[in-house]
Design a protein around this ligand. Structure first.
Ligand code: GDG
Length: 747
């Protein structure tokens, strides 16, 4: 089993340069703790930035640091002062952070910052590739490294790559404003598995992929030209036992063993028996809704004057990104609000707000969690919010109430908390009142359920779950690649073709010989295709059959004078080489007006869709419609047709962005078998991309060579990835070499 390579902007440790040398302290963040067991596995390595500017550390010190990092199973990526400004403060925290949290008014689009971001992402990819060996798992984290998955894929094509985004993924309407939106999506899609905290973020990501890049998305899968990437939600958990057990131990401490903060809190509470404490903890960040919270607390004191003098808010605000201008402005706003509320309401023995602008050691954090009756967390937007989970985990006696913003990812899993809208001060004031009057039995009931859930899906489970899923996705990918026709199989196919006395080739057209076009009438054959088909059809004892769902008009125009057998409308029409069009038996058209009426209704309600009339069929195409609306309408149409066609001798086909109604019993399988007659040809080959081709793959005799174009499962014996590869394969059959064609490019 290979090692795990973790990559994140910061390393899980801090390095201080002192006069005596270097000191290393582990970082206390949730991610560092959670990934510790993975990181400690033999050989595993964590790649990231030390937090030190490259141009302020002399080269010999840098070397010392790098050596020290190796002994800590880490590798460094260095950034100089300007890169820190442009990449960390700039593109990451002045473009991506506000955009992904829906703070459009704070977003800066600076091409130089983007260029630096790309450069540093390349550096990360180089560092990862340098460590990567076959069988390794690469796990990349967060918005500072969005381009790294694809950059690593370029360097190590077969690697198992996972990516996890810790912040929200915004809706398409917001994400589309980013000038570098396509590069960012392609960057993320370099991973086999892309993880988000919630299903909504996953949905937003897939919707942007579909609309901006045009890739086909089915459930959680993105069909890329050469691979399938999966996107799914994995809600990050916490180290539940660590918080819970620390809280239990703290409750058993003697007074002498207590922390200073616990002693002060106890003294404070002893002096005022009726005093209730409300806690909030967050980084000083505009997404956390700190000003909203203060205004709502003020509203609470106005609306419920009985609590004046009895309820205090303890607000721990951890300094963060203080070099970014919006953070400086917000600090002044918060300082002012705290001053105003305290100025208005405080008395000699009571303060409404106790405001701490610093961070505290872990033990004291747990003291705050266990001592405060209520946690009030009001982010305007938050990827997850671990504080909410940590508060509940620390409530060892199951008492206490969590008030949580519905805009935090954590709200999805914590519906037993009191969920509030952070922009609604009245809602928050009422929730505080509800929390203060909630019976203990109800508190216990709610916390019992919450704790049970947090304990089960803790950070270790999360990390295991993500890596197991990545392993499965990657294995499926490898299985597919092993089905792919490789150069040696192509050589065998070409010699079987060459040695056979007679041959027949069934080739689908759209998506097989030519790529899909938004306007099907523009998908006419190019001179290169004609030349190749002519060459194949001109070989001795060789029948070339073009078998398609298209109407016979197009095929007549394009191939009417060619010596190919033509099959149209999935087998309604057949024209032998040099012969006349023949129609399949028992076909009817009297159903068309009623079905056309239904299709017209759907066309009117789905901009971009159109109806194609065939002799014995009607097709509704939605390739040019909005992809989400198109898929939704296709499902509605399916239900509607199933209902209105029941009892008639008709069939509904679902092809690639098309729904088609036609006479029952007509399919490529039957048509193909009619052409094959008694199966005289020694060499039989069928190639197609659509599921309508599956009937042909299934019907043909065992000796047939069958090839599916695309990454889906199939009755076909092998797969190719694209029309370009199909052409290269056909070229090889005509005797040309494989080299220099698209085929040689491989996976
Ligand atoms: C990002 C996303 C997502 C806070 N103050 C102190 C302290 N903390 C610890 C908490 C908690 C962590 O910091 C904060 O995590 P959050 O999840 O609340 O928020 P972000 O920092 O914004 O994190 C967020 C997260 O990534 C994970 O994916 O949930 O949505 O924005 O663990 O305990 N720790 C100590 N002293 C403090 O004063 N020791």
């Amino acid at each position: 089993m290979g090692k795990v390579i973790i990559a994140s902007n910061r390393l899980p440790l801090n390095i201080q340069i002192t006069e005596d040398g270097l000191t290393v302290t582990p970082s206390v963040g949730g991610l560092a703790t959670g990934l510790k067991p993975v990181h400690q596995q033999t050989g595993s390595v964590w790649i990231g930035w030390t937090g030190l500017p490259e141009d302020e550390v002399p080269p010999e010190r840098q070397q010392q640091i790098d050596e020290l990092l190796v002994s800590e199973q880490c590798g460094s990526v260095w950034m100089d002062h300007e890169e820190i400004e442009r990449v960390y403060y700039g593109f990451s925290n002045e473009t991506l952070w506000p955009l992904f949290h829906y703070f459009m008014e704070y977003v800066r689009f600076d091409p130089e910052n983007w260029a630096a971001y790309k450069r540093v992402n390349e550096r990360f990819a180089d560092a990862i590739a340098e460590q990567a060996e076959p069988g390794d798992t690469i796990w990349i984290h967060d918005y500072q490294l969005l381009l790294v998955p694809a950059l690593v894929r370029e360097r190590v094509p077969d690697a198992a790559i996972g990516f996890f985004l810790h912040i929200p993924f915004p809706s398409f309407e917001v994400f589309r404003t980013l000038p570098w939106r396509s590069e960012i999506l392609e960057g993320m899609l370099g991973a086999d598995l892309i993880g988000f905290h919630t299903h909504n973020y996953t949905r937003h990501f897939l919707s942007s992929v579909r609309r901006l890049l045009g890739y086909d998305v089915q459930e959680h899968r993105v069909h890329l030209p050469r691979r399938i990437a999966h996107a799914d939600s994995f809600p990050l958990g916490i180290d539940y036992q660590h918080f819970h057990q620390t809280a239990v131990q703290h409750a058993e401490r003697t007074r002498r063993e207590q922390s200073d903060i616990q002693k002060a809190l106890d003294r404070f509470l002893a002096a005022r028996e009726d005093l209730r404490l409300v806690l909030s903890i967050d980084r000083l960040d505009y997404t956390k809704g700190i000003a909203n919270r203060l205004r709502a607390f003020e509203r609470f004191l106005e609306r419920y004057p009985q609590y004046v003098g009895n309820v205090s808010l303890i607000m721990l605000t951890v300094p963060s990104r203080s070099a970014v201008p919006q953070y400086q402005r917000m600090k002044s706003e918060v300082d002012e609000l705290v001053g105003r509320i305290n100025g208005e309401y405080a008395s000699i023995d009571w303060h409404p707000v106790h405001y701490f602008y610093r961070s505290l050691p872990f033990d004291q954090l747990v003291d705050l969690y266990t001592t405060c009756d209520i946690a009030l967390l009001t982010p305007i937007r938050d990827g997850m919010n671990l504080v909410a989970k940590e508060y509940i985990a620390s409530r060892y006696n199951k008492r206490g109430v969590l008030i949580l913003s519905e805009m935090a990812g954590a709200a999805n899993e914590m519906s037993e908390a009191l969920l509030i809208n952070p922009n609604d001060a009245d809602d928050i004031a009422d929730a505080l009142h509800e929390a203060l009057t909630m019976p203990e039995t109800e508190q216990i009931e709610r916390n019992f359920i919450l704790q049970d859930r947090l304990e089960r899906y803790d950070i270790k489970k999360w990390s295991q779950d993500f890596r197991d899923s990545l392993k499965n996705v990657h294995a499926a990918q490898q299985r597919f690649l092993s089905r792919k026709l490789d150069p040696s199989e192509l050589t065998e196919l070409a010699s079987a073709f060459g040695e056979a006395e007679s041959r027949i080739l069934f080739l689908d057209y759209d998506g097989t010989l030519v790529g899909f076009r938004s306007q099907p009438e523009k998908a006419a054959p190019d001179p290169e295709l004609y030349a190749m088909l002519d060459q194949l059809a001109g070989m001795p004892n060789t029948r070339l059959v073009l078998i398609s769902g298209r109407d016979k008009g197009s095929f007549d125009r394009w191939f009417g004078n060619k010596p190919y057998t033509l099959v149209c409308e999935h087998g309604v029409w057949t024209r032998p080489a040099g012969g006349e069009w023949q129609q399949a038996d028992g076909l009817e058209t009297d159903w068309k007006p009623a079905v056309r009426q239904v299709l017209e209704l759907f066309t009117d309600r789905t901009p971009g869709s159109l109806i194609e009339e065939k002799d014995y069929g009607l097709a509704w195409h939605y390739r040019k419609a909005d992809p989400e609306l198109g898929t939704m309408r296709a499902n509605e149409l399916k239900d509607r047709l199933n209902f209105s066609l029941s009892g008639q001798n008709l069939e509904v086909l679902y092809g690639h962005k098309v729904v088609e109604v036609k006479n029952a019993g007509i399919n490529k399988g039957r048509a193909g078998m009619r052409v094959l007659e008694d199966g005289k040809e020694a060499f039989v080959l069928a190639v197609g991309d659509d599921w309508t081709d599956e009937t042909l793959f299934e019907a043909l005799p065992d000796r047939a060579h069958t090839i599916k174009v695309g990454m889906q499962n199939s009755f076909a014996k092998a797969n190719l990835e694209s029309p370009a590869e199909v052409r290269a394969m056909l070229q090889a059959l005509t005797g040309s070499t494989v080299e220099g064609t698209a085929f040689a490019g491989g996976a």
